[in-house]
Design a protein around this ligand. Structure first.
Ligand code: GDP
Ligand code: MG
Length: 442
């Protein structure tokens, strides 16, 4: 994953105060691979990387983040930006009904989406009508009827026994019906083929011309990966569309299709479908998709949190400790405990960092009272003892326990815990973990 790869890049970036050209190049290379792995189309990756480099070169060096974190933040911000920034809202017509037309390949999830959309709209006090304008496959009409029943949304379908029927006429008639029956939204399900073909495109274009939809949604399976670009472009040329609905995001596709489509077509992604059930449906959130594409998961959340919570001088101190060759001392330990507490539930935070499972277990058991006790114990130590805890022998432990109003067993527990933390800190320094400030240029 990208986080694994960047972790190794971090090692080389540690200890640097600003982003050098080389840092940016190295990180850009990793990001490039990650995007390709996420099935982002090559030309899109190229354009994107160029933009990242430009921004990274001009970036001011942040005090709260180390260089690697800073590059990731830039990448993430750019991704969100390219993915549309804000969630795109559905545009309702001034004079109802609002006509929404779904277009896309067969199996992309149009019929399923029609049901989801209908139900979602109905929950918001709309009165949608689903329209079966896919008369290509024998079961398509029945499928929509089943979906409509489940969604509790009425379905407009050609009369049975009328022969095959003309999808364009069905679409046209459905809008009239909606006007009469006060449906404020019409959702037209159309036919698709397994591959793009001109007959299908023409039919969709004819339906479009007959009903002039307020929104044409291109429905696309996130799993189709690199093909997404060609398909999206064909539909753009053949039918045109206002926005995109990305389906099957419950699969293991990383969602690079979203980035490619957005970049190539300039059309916003509006909905995300994440399963076969009616409720598996959300508005598309560019920020969630960005972290999915980057596969950085909660590292990004951590970066945000670090940036907003850490006070700069604390970060500087912390970074100094991590970057210096001096060993981790009890004073550092105390300071870190306090900082971690400030950052919110300690366990959540550590859980976000890759490879921090052990530390999480260790710190999870520290509650407020523990922290007070730890503080008291450490304060009862001499500076020499804090700097070199190995010298704390039996008689010193008794003195410290008495001085801090605790038991010798408490002191023992703390010393043991500290040595574990010290070991972990050494490991972190050696591996250049991305969390905890790292070198910030302080
Ligand atoms: P259409 O041919 O474009 O109308 O596609 P359908 O709506 O019939 O969907 C094709 C298949 O994909 C069906 O088996 C759906 O249950 C399934 N499907 C649709 N959307 C999703 C989704 O978001 N996740 C998953 N896992 N399956 C989906
Ligand atoms: Mg269908």
């Amino acid at each position: 994953t990208l986080s694994d790869r960047l972790t190794s890049v971090f090692t080389s970036l540690r200890g640097k105060g600003r982003l050098s050209e080389e840092d940016i190049d190295t990180t850009a290379r990793e990001i490039r691979l990650a995007l390709l792995e996420a099935d982002v189309a090559l030309p899109v990756v190229r354009a994107f990387i160029a933009r990242i480099k430009e921004r990274a070169q001009g970036a001011e060096v942040s005090k709260a983040l180390n260089p690697a974190q800073q590059v990731i933040k830039i990448v993430n911000d750019e991704l969100i930006d390219i993915l549309g920034g804000e969630t795109r809202e559905l545009r309702f017509a001034k004079n109802p009904p609002t006509v929404i037309m779904l277009a896309g390949l067969q199996g992309s999830g149009k019929t399923t989406l029609a049901g989801k959309l209908g139900r979602w709209l109905a929950a918001e006090r709309n009165t949608p009508l689903l329209v079966a304008a896919d008369l290509q496959r024998p079961n398509a009409v029945t499928q929509l009827q089943v979906v409509g029943e489940r969604a509790e949304v009425p379905v407009f379908a050609p009369e049975p026994g009328n022969g095959v029927g003309d999808p364009v006429e069905v679409a046209r008639a459905s809008v009239e019906q909606a006007e009469h029956n006060n449906h404020n939204v019409v959702i037209i399900d159309t036919a698709g083929r397994l591959g793009v073909d001109s007959e299908m495109m023409q039919q969709a274009a004819d339906i479009r011309d007959a009903v002039t939809p307020d929104e044409i949604l291109f429905v696309v399976d996130a799993m189709i990966g690199q093909d997404a670009v060609n398909t999206a472009q064909s539909f753009l040329d053949g039918v045109g569309y206002d926005a995109v609905a990305l389906t099957k995001l419950d699969g293991d596709a990383r969602g690079g299709a979203a980035l490619s489509i957005r970049h190539i077509t300039g059309r916003p992604i509006m909905f995300a479908s994440t399963g076969e059930k009616l409720d598996d449906f959300t508005l598309f959130h560019p920020d969630r998709m960005a972290s999915r594409i980057l596969d950085m998961g909660d590292v990004l959340t951590l970066i945000d949190k670090a940036q907003s919570t850490f006070e700069e001088d604390e970060v500087a101190k912390m970074a100094g400790t991590l970057a210096s060759d001096d060993d981790f001392t009890l004073d550092d330990f105390l300071q870190q405990m306090g900082m971690l507490r400030k950052m919110g539930p300690i366990s959540n935070l550590l859980g976000m960092m890759p490879g921090m499972g052990q530390m999480k277990d260790q710190v999870e058991n520290v509650d407020e009272k523990d922290l007070d006790r730890i503080t008291a114990i450490i304060r009862s130590m001499t500076p020499a003892e804090r700097g070199n805890p190995k010298m704390i022998n039996g008689s010193r432990r008794l003195r410290i326990a008495n001085g801090s109003g605790t038991q010798v067993s408490d002191v023992n527990g703390l010393v043991t815990r500290f040595f574990e933390a010290q070991k972990m800190m050494r490991q972190m320094k050696n591996s250049g973990m991305p969390g905890m400030g790292g070198a910030s240029g302080a």
